[in-house]
Ligand binder design. Structure first.
Ligand code: PGA
Length: 250
């Protein structure tokens, strides 16, 4: 069974709309006709419209980095799934470790956001991953099972098709330390077994699990060579069009 790889750029809090537009202009020709992998750019909210317009009709989709789980209301500073859909955003990152670490994102809000994304036809990329202390304490499996189990609570196999999981060990994010292909594969297998437990074997076999954490053009081929790894979520190395295109074309 083959899962189409997905390579997503997480630009975090980088790039003004003008810089985002410049990126797209340089990037699209580099990946023209590239069909082997699904390509997604996740700019900050202020650049979403610009990037969506600049990529229209291309093989590149656009996702938000976060959203709230309520359609509208008195929630100052938040963006709703309705608003994202209205500007033709197709994907959304949910529960990135930086959201969990700095903005009080919990397993519960991740679950509510996942349900909201599915309700509104946004394709969720749900991030999970252990911190360094947790890995060193031998708790990686326990953390992943808890994060996956809670994220998927109340989701049915019928609803699960658009869901993508990103395994991002927190100790590998922005640190230059990448999980070895073996370490990543082992974690992906744990994640997939939990998906099978919650949603059944078929969903688990079909669901894409991306690896994230210091993915670069140099280490991407070895990671992508692992049958368990179905793509990458790329931070730092996605900011430059040449570098991200090399990753896409690993
Ligand atoms: P990084 O970020 O590639 O800079 O480590 C990955 C991420 O946070 O999604």
């Amino acid at each position: 069974m083959s899962r189409k790889p997905l390579i997503a750029a997480n630009w975090k809090m980088y790039k003004t709309p003008a810089q985002a537009q410049e990126f797209v202009k340089a990037f699209l020709p580099l990946v023209a006709n590239h069909d082997r992998d699904e390509i997604v750019l996740c700019p900050s909210d202020t650049s979403l419209s610009v990037v969506i317009a600049a990529t229209a009709g291309s093989n590149v989709a656009v996702g938000a980095q976060n959203m709230y789980f309520v359609d509208e209301g008195a929630f100052t500073g938040e963006t709703s799934p309705v608003m994202l859909k209205a500007i033709n955003t197709t994907h959304v990152l949910i529960g990135h470790s930086e959201r969990r670490q700095y903005f009080c994102e919990s397993d519960e809000t991740v679950n509510r956001k996942l349900h909201a994304a599915l309700r509104h036809g946004l394709k969720p990329i749900v991030c999970v991953g252990e911190m360094l202390e947790e890995r060193e304490a031998g708790m990686t499996e326990e953390v992943l099972l808890r994060q996956i189990g809670n994220a998927l609570e109340g989701v049915t196999a019928e609803q699960a098709e658009p869901i993508v999981i990103a395994y991002e060990p927190v100790w590998a994010i922005g640190t230059g330390k990448t999980a070895t292909p073996d370490i990543a594969s082992e974690a992906h297998a744990i994640v997939r077994s939990e998906i099978a437990k919650v949603l059944g074997r078929k969903s688990a076999e079909e669901m894409r699990i991306l690896y994230g954490g210091s993915v670069k053009p140099e280490n991407c081929p070895a990671l992508m060579n692992e049958p368990e790894i179905d793509g990458a979520l790329v931070g730092g190395a996605s900011l430059d069009p040449q570098s991200f295109a090399k990753i896409v074309k690993y």
